[in-house]
Design a protein around this ligand. Sequence first.
Ligand SMILES: Cc1ncc(COP(=O)(O)O)c(C=O)c1O
Length: 369
Amino acid sequence: MTGFVPPPYPYDRLDDAKVLAEQFDGGVVDLSVGTPCDAPLPAVIEALATSGAERGYPPSIGTDRLRLAIQRWIGRRFDVAVPTAQIAACVGTKEFVGTLPQWLKLRTPERDTVLYPSISYPTYEMGAVLAGCRAVPLPLTATGGVDLAAIEPADAARALCLWVNSPSNPTGALDDLGAAAAWGRAHGVPVFSDECYVEYTWSGRPHTILEYGLDGVVAVHSLSKRSNLAGVRVGFYAGDAALLSYLKEVRKHVGLLVPGPAQHAGVVALDDDAHVIEQRDRYRRRLEQMAGVLTRWSRHEFTLPGGGFYLWADVGDGWAFARRLAAEGGALVSPGEFYGSSSARCVRVAVVQPDDRIDLVAQRLGVSS
Ligand SMILES: Cc1ncc(COP(=O)(O)O)c(C=O)c1O
C-alpha cells in the first residue's frame, strides 16, 4: 500500500509509561493530555438539558444568540468590536485546525503550504498532511514566538496560511500577534491565531490578533479550556470578512454542526466570567506547586509559563524523564518530541489534575509540595 497511513496518535505512545505509573496505589496521575478535570459552571450543565434544541438541525455557523454572546465576550475581554457576520462556530477547535488547509487549498489551488511554529500543537502539521499540503515548521525566536524574519520568500509565496498560537501549547510562550498580522498582510498570507489558552495569560494582559485589525486574520477560540467544556465541543472563529464568508459556507456542506444544546450552553458559559477567574486561580496554584515539586525532585528548572496550563522544561531527554516520572511518581507527562522534532530534550506537564492528586505525586517523589 502506498496511500496515507495515519501515524500513531501521540498519546497512545505513552502506553508503556502508563503501565509503570499504574502500579502505584492510587493509580496513575495523568498530566499528559490537556483535558480539563474541574467542574463546569452548574448553570451551563443545566442549559444543556433545557435548551429544547434537540429536534431540529442547528445552524452550522452558530445560532444568533451564540454569535452575539461571542461578540459580547470579544468586546468585554479585548475591547474589540467584531460584526456577528464575521463570527462563526466550530465543533471545538481541533476539527477547525485539522480541516482548514483543505478548504484553503480548494479556494487557492495554486498554493500548497501551511506555515506553523516548529514547536507546537501537532494538529497544525496534521491538517496540512491530511490536505496533501506541504507543512513547513518555522523556527522560533529566543522568546518562543514565530521567527517571521526566517520565513523563506519561496515558502511565503506558496503559503495558504500562517498559524500562530499564543499562549503556546506546549511552551507557554506569548507571541507578538501584531507582528504576525503585519507580516501576513505584507505577504498576502492569511494569519490564523489559535488563542484557546488566552484566558490563562500570566504575563501582562491577554491579547487577540483581532486587536490589530480584522483584515487578513482569523482568531480561533474554544470553550474547552476557558470553561472546562472539552466534552461539549464548542469553539468559534472570528475575523476577516472574506475568509469568514468562505469558511462558513464551505463548512456547512460537510455538516460541521455544534449540537443545539451545546450552543445554548455555550451562551451561558460565555456570558459568565466569574468561573473563569476561579479556574485561573486553580491553574496558577497548581502550576506553582508542580513547578516546585518537579524542580526539587529532578534538579531541572521548571519555571512558570507566560500563559497556558503547561509546564515546559528542558530536561535533557524528554522520553527518559517521562519514564522516570512514571516509575517513581506514578505520573504521566508528555515527551517534548510530541510537539516537534526540535524539542526532544523537553517535557510538557499539564496541571489538569485536582490538587490532592498533585499532592500525591509530591508524596510519591518524597518532596514537599
Ligand atoms: C493549541 C490548541 N489548539 C486547539 C486545541 C483543541 O481544543 P478543542 O478542540 O477542545 O477546542 C487544543 C487542545 O488541546 C490546543 O492545545
